[in-house]
Write a protein that binds this ligand. Structure first.
Ligand code: IYR
Length: 239
């Protein structure tokens, strides 16, 4: 039973369509069950942290496929699905990515390209130009954003709301990895054009976020940070 085949179909003839539509009747939960599930989901996400200290333990490719399958359910502008996830397990290629990322970050941190205010904001994270985790993790997944998509007839289709769409897909990707007990980091080496070259991506795609993926190291630590309180994240206008 799926949301598409249970419950009454929309009575035929009440709406007219120019394109195919399907009846859609997801299960309606009672309020207590809905709140129980929402609480559980929030508690699950509350336990996620961005990780910079990884274990080299292997992760089967099936887990990467599952996380991308979850990301691939994201809503997108005009349903254009303007994302491409490129998964790199090959150690030589991961090392190449590490070297290129560290080259850029060396200019940022040691070469003074990182503005002082930005450097200050990063202080509590204790980030630096050492990106050795890119050699440690079993997988690097790079999300690319498709500014446009080549069509089978050779024409280029312009995509809409690309950043929003790929951002949402990446959020689902992170949640899916977390659901499998995997850790990641939204790493954005700056600039990251080198990923286009190393991964042979077409000029219609732009590197969006690099995700090192693996299990946290046995001695993993994370910065002692708090999430902002809900009353700062949410403003209600209630009746
Ligand atoms: N790209 C650099 C700097 C950096 C920027 C932000 I915003 C972060 O949240 C973390 C790091 C780096 O990867 O170190």
């Amino acid at each position: 039973m799926t949301a598409f085949d249970q419950g009454p179909a929309t009575p035929v003839g009440t709406r007219s369509h120019t394109h195919p539509f399907l009846p859609f009747h997801p299960e309606r939960l009672d309020q207590a069950e809905a709140i129980r599930r929402g609480t559980e989901f929030h508690q699950h996400l509350e336990a996620r942290r961005s990780v910079r200290f990884f274990s080299p333990d292997p992760v089967p490719p099936e887990m990467i496929e599952l996380a991308v399958a979850a990301a691939n359910t994201a809503p997108s502008g005009a349903h254009q699905q303007p994302w491409k996830f490129v998964a790199v397990g090959d150690p030589a290629l991961r090392h190449k990515i590490r070297e290129a990322a560290e080259h850029e970050e060396h200019i940022n941190y040691e070469g003074g390209r990182l503005p002082e205010a930005w450097r200050e904001a990063l202080g509590p994270l204790e980030t630096d130009s050492d990106k050795s985790y890119l050699d440690t993790v079993p997988w690097i997944v790079v999300a690319f954003a498709e500014k446009s998509t080549p069509m089978p007839d050779g024409r280029l289709r312009k995509n809409y709301y690309v950043n929003e769409s790929v951002g949402i897909a990446c959020g689902l990707f992170i949640a899916a990895l977390h659901s499998m007990g995997l850790a990641t980091l939204t790493h954005t080496p700056n600039p990251m054009a080198f990923l286009t070259e190393i991964l042979h991506r077409p000029s219609t795609e732009r590197p969006y976020i690099l995700f090192p993926i693996g299990y946290p190291a046995a001695d993993c630590e994370v910065p002692d940070l708090a999430r902002k309180p809900l009353n700062s994240a949410l403003e209600f206008f209630r009746e």
